[in-house]
Structure formats: C-alpha cells, structure tokens
Design a protein around this ligand. Structure first.
Ligand code: OGA
Ligand code: MN
Length: 284
C-alpha cells in the first residue's frame, strides 16, 4: 500500500511539513512508518489543521513510545495526565505552565537520567503575534564547529539539574515558588555528554541547555558558562534556526535527541496561549 503522506521541507535547513496524516492511535502501520522515517530524516515535523483532541494526541504519541508524566504536576491536563499544558491559560481546570518566554534553548527533560526522545506540541490557543517556538539543528551546529573546538569538548559532560532550571525560571518569572525538597530529591543532577550520539541515526549533535546545566564536570561554574556561551553563539546562528509561527491546529513534533528549542515572548497581558505537550520517553 502506498502511504498517503506528503512531505515538504520547511523554509530552513531542517524540518518538514507533513500532510495527509491523521493524528490518532489507530493510524495504519504503513502511514506510521512513513511518519517515523520522515521524523528521523527531518528532526522537526509540522502537521497543520489537526483537530483539538488531547485523547487522540496521547494515543498517537504512544505509538512513538512510552510517555513521560511531566515534573510540573500542577500543569497537567485534568483529564489526560500525559498532557502537559503550556501558556498563560487558566480555566476549565487547566492551569498551564507559564514561564516568561525569554530565550532558553533546551531539549526536553534533559534533567532526567534518560532524557526524552521526542515531544509533540499542539497549538490549541495561539496568540496572533509572538509566542513562536524556535528550533535549532544541533547536528549541523556540531558538524560545523572548528576541529579545535570539537577536540576541546570531546568527552566533556554537562551536569543537568532541574533545580538549576527552577532557579533560572524564578529569576525571570517573579512570583514562581521555589522547587520543594521532595522534588529536588526526586530529580538529582545528572551528567550528559556535551556531544551526544543519536540512538537511531548515530549522528552526533550538541547537547546544550544553558539554563539547566549547572556546570561542566571538572570545571568551575564561570568557566563552564563561558564555554557553553561560546558554543551557543555558534549554534544559534540564523542558518541553523527554524522559527515556528503558530497557527491554531498546528502540531509540531521534534526530536529532542538532535535538536534544541526555545519559547519566545508574547504579550501575555493581551493574548491567551494554550499548548498541549506530550513527551515520549527516551530509551537508555
Ligand atoms: C516546551 C517548550 C516552547 C514554547 O513546552 O517544552 O519548550 O514555545 N515550549 O512554549
Ligand atoms: Mn521544551
């Protein structure tokens, strides 16, 4: 059977728009495989005009693997615990997780022992301007590093820590409470290589989450921050970045193992934003 899916590259050096795929748990195997192939080839996929159906999003996401339950329990969807709600929306039993969208490049759940493989992010309510999500091709960013830098960072590991991220968020979003002790114990710091190898494709990419990494193993905090900043200056060049302007009904699926992403600002006093994220757990 010929899959009905069409694939069109995005206007960026990576990413593609996919059409003809229904988002549901019972998608035909051939279509799902075509989707997975496209996902591994393009790293970020956009699917437009997807109906607002969190149950279907959860079921489709499960086809990709086991789902994570988000660490910020207060922002999970009241009916679907696998759905993490993002934005400034607070109604219908939903209290979305609102962090001011200052640039904060990361891959999801890097603070876990096994970081997440993929995220599926759905635009339920999107502001007419701002609130874009930006993506960065961490493979190209690594490959284009000078050889001297590649040698310098080989074998180095960043220490990723949810508490570090929580304190960073508190500095940018006044009024957020500090992370409690129980959660701090549940998510102790974990070290991950600055250069990671993709478990499916084997390609290497930069794994940098400046607000989550407390320091690089064996280095002081300031020295670590300076190296990470130097790497981020390289990685965030326009040629590696895709900026997604959301339309309601967009579903964007990204590979956390070879891309980085960040939210961006929007006028949160003027506009509402509500996004649903499902997160596919990584495999060791
Ligand atoms: C996320 C995230 C970006 C955004 O939910 O993981 O990074 O644009 N969101 O809200
Ligand atoms: Mn994220």
């Amino acid at each position: 059977m010929i899959p009905s899916i069409a694939i069109r590259p995005l206007e960026a050096s990576f990413g593609a728009e996919l059409s003809g795929l229904r988002i549901a748990g019972d998608v035909a195997e051939a279509d799902f495989q075509a989707f997975l192939d496209a996902f591994h080839r393009h790293h970020v996929l956009l699917i437009r005009d997807v109906p607002n159906d969190p149950a279907a999003q959860v079921e489709f996401s499960r086809r990709m693997g086991k789902l994570e339950h988000h660490a910020a329990a207060s922002a999970v969807h009241p009916q679907f615990p696998e759905v993490f709600c993002v934005g400034n929306y607070a109604a219908d039993g939903i209290t979305a997780n609102f962090a001011r969208g200052v640039e904060q490049w990361h891959a999801d759940s890097s603070f876990r022992e096994v970081p997440s493989a993929a995220s599926l992010f759905y635009g339920a309510i999107c502001p007419p301007e701002g609130g874009e999500t930006w993506f960065l091709d961490a493979v190209a960013a690594y490959e284009t590093l000078p050889e001297t830098m590649k040698a310098r960072i080989e074998g180095l590991r960043g220490v990723h820590c949810l508490y570090t991220l929580s304190e960073w968020n508190r500095r940018h979003t006044p009024g957020r409470p500090p992370m409690d002790e129980a959660k701090r114990r549940a998510f102790p710091p974990v070290a991950h290589p600055l250069v990671r190898t993709h478990p499916v494709s084997g390609v290497q990419s930069l794994f940098l989450c400046p607000a989550v990494i407390s320091h690089i193993e064996g280095m002081g905090v300031e020295e670590s921050a300076a190296l990470i900043e130097e790497l981020m200056d390289h990685a965030t060049q326009e040629r590696f970045v895709y900026r997604h302007r959301w339309r309601e009904g967009d579903l964007v699926i990204w590979d956390n193992r070879c891309t980085l992403h960040t939210a961006s600002l929007f006028d949160h006093e003027k506009y509402l934003r509500l996004m649903f994220r499902t997160t596919v757990a990584g495999t060791a």
